[in-house]
Design a protein around this ligand. Sequence first.
Ligand SMILES: [Zn+2]
Length: 243
Amino acid sequence: MNKTILAGMTWKEAEERMREARAVILPLGSFEQHGYHMSLNTDNIVGEYVAGVLAERTGCVALPVLPYGQVWSAKDFPATISLRERTFIEVVKDIVTSLERKGVRNVILFASHWGNAAPAKIAARELLDESGYANVYYLSYMDLKKHGKDVMETELWNGSGFHAAEIETSIVLAICPESVDMEKAVCEYPQAPGDVNIRPVPWITFCESGIFGDATKATAQKGRRFLERWIGDLAQLIENNIC
Ligand SMILES: [Zn+2]
């Protein structure tokens, strides 16, 4: 038995492991377009991988990834699926409540899709207010400026934005190369309307490929370096604060 992945356990094994484990990690992914070169499953691949490594390094156990998330911005691309923010929050709360009833020590919500980070925090707040669960943590999404320093060669979109570009593609090349087709990778820095930050603007109205940045510069080696820093940072955060 793998002692960190709950999906492979019987309920008896899980009962024991959940009691011993520092925390149960719930990866929060999405089913979202990732350009012409990566699959709709990208955020789920990354979420499951990172949660598994974190669980091993920090004495936690990991749940399967929640494969649908809040994807309002990209929802009009074919096959991208978006849960309304309220639906997503309620699903997360129901999963956490199921765990809490079985006496877990802590729960960690891990957003492997940017749009899930804000509603995950709201879910944790509501679980505290409504049920008194003070042991629900949320880990924010990857920080490209911090973890991408000296790894990233390309510019962020509008100084801070990115999607399916150099780093995300590099990560998937490192952990699941069969779900990337680099021959179809493109560079696109879409021109957003001037009021993009003060009214809701769906991406499909101004972005052709779905990419924000340059995916052509991705390599598996960059992905490994980025992952090492990102996971190292998250593991330290967990070890220092959650027991
Ligand atoms: Zn993504």
